[in-house]
Write a protein that binds this ligand. Structure first.
Ligand SMILES: Nc1ncnc2c1ncn2[C@@H]1O[C@H](COP(=O)(O)OP(=O)(O)OP(=O)(O)O)[C@@H](O)[C@H]1O
Ligand SMILES: [Mg+2]
Length: 319
């Protein structure tokens, strides 16, 4: 069906009192139409920063210093703010962890849905009700006049999803969309996202801490460590035989992949600080398979069929 999102060498720097720090470091991946890519990694690895850079919604002290973000072949990096606003409202949806942050507490659900629907009053109302049904809200007519705080967290997230898919975007970015919800609601919301994404043939970038979610709801997975993608490929292949020791450590730390969602288990050692970046592989200080060269030279990105990893060991497997 073609590539919806292609991120190439995306690099994001933030200005700090100690100079520019690279937070997202040469990140590349692509998402085909109708597919879900999971972006996984420890807290602080740069997942949200990657999402906000794609949307061109970085904080004032952050900027894209390198790379391209091709949405249906069109590079977003050079776009003017007004153009970006248009693209965000038509072509990209974004669902965040806490729907309270994306909904306006002062306006009713009906009026917020109305913002993304064109037409006269009756048509807007009808379409709003239709959208609410589509995201699994019962008695939608009764909820049109409700304010966000009158709804449960799960219901709010459904409304936020309805608003974000109303215009059939090509791409949906969901940054830990269920972290704030309890386990059963999490699964309902993820199933909903997966269903809508399939029905509309949207490409979806799903940020999650949870490898159970990756296994159940995603097609491919990109593993992020200290601002870099260290491994990327189809979910089945990566779970069956990870190429990168960090991926292996993550998988080994999960008791059972088909168990209910768990947070990413803790791996021995400290996640690296962005301040004192090492010359070699960032994972070297924690890696059980570390070799001398890992500390000196960053490993090359090594492809093997559908999969690729940045690890010196992977280069031994694949010449
Ligand atoms: N505006 C900013 N200025 C300076 N540093 C920032 C800024 N935004 C984020 N950072 C830093 O960039 C790093 C990556 O942050 P990011 O929010 O992308 O992590 P994350 O992978 O989404 O983590 P989490 O799983 O906790 O959401 C962190 O060290 C964070 O402190
Ligand atoms: Mg985040």
């Amino acid at each position: 069906m073609g590539t919806t999102l292609q991120v190439e060498h995306l690099t994001v720097q933030v200005a700090t009192s100690g100079g520019a720090q690279t937070i997202v470091d040469d990140v590349s991946f692509r998402i085909e139409a109708g597919k879900v890519l999971a972006l996984v990694g420890e807290s602080g690895s740069g997942k949200s920063m990657t999402c906000t850079a794609i949307m061109r919604m970085l904080a004032d002290n952050a900027r894209i210093s390198k790379g391209r973000v091709l949405l249906e072949g069109d590079d977003l990096v050079g776009k003017m703010p007004r153009e970006m606003q248009h693209i965000r409202s038509r072509k990209v949806g974004m669902v965040l962890q806490d729907a309270m942050g994306s909904l306006n507490p002062l306006f009713t659900i009906g009026s917020q849905l109305g913002e993304v629907i064109d037409g006269n009053r009756a048509a807007v109302r009808e379409r709003a009700v239709q959208l609410m049904k589509r995201v699994g809200i019962s008695a939608p007519e009764d909820r049109l006049d409700a304010y966000p705080h009158q709804l449960s967290g799960g219901m709010r997230q459904r409304i936020s999803i309805a608003i974000n898919i109303a215009r059939n975007p090509a791409l949906l970015i969901a940054d830990e969309p269920t972290t704030a919800l309890d386990a059963t609601v999490q699964l309902q919301i993820l199933s909903l996202l997966r269903r809508l994404q399939r029905e509309n043939a949207m490409a979806m970038l799903l940020v999650t801490h949870d490898l159970g979610v990756v296994a159940r709801f995603c097609d491919r997975v990109a593993i992020m460590y200290a601002g870099r993608i260290v491994e990327e490929g189809p979910v089945d292949g990566i779970f069956a035989s990870p190429m990168h020791p960090y991926t292996r450590a993550l998988i080994d730390a999960v008791p059972r992949l088909d168990a209910l969602p768990e947070r990413l288990a803790v791996i021995a050692g400290q996640a690296p600080s962005f301040k004192d970046k090492l010359p070699g592989c960032s994972f070297a200080p924690r890696c059980p398979m570390v070799q001398d060269r890992c500390r000196q030279l960053a490993p090359p990105w090594t492809a093997a069929g559908e999969r690729a990893a940045a690890c010196w060991l992977a280069t031994q497997v694949v010449p």
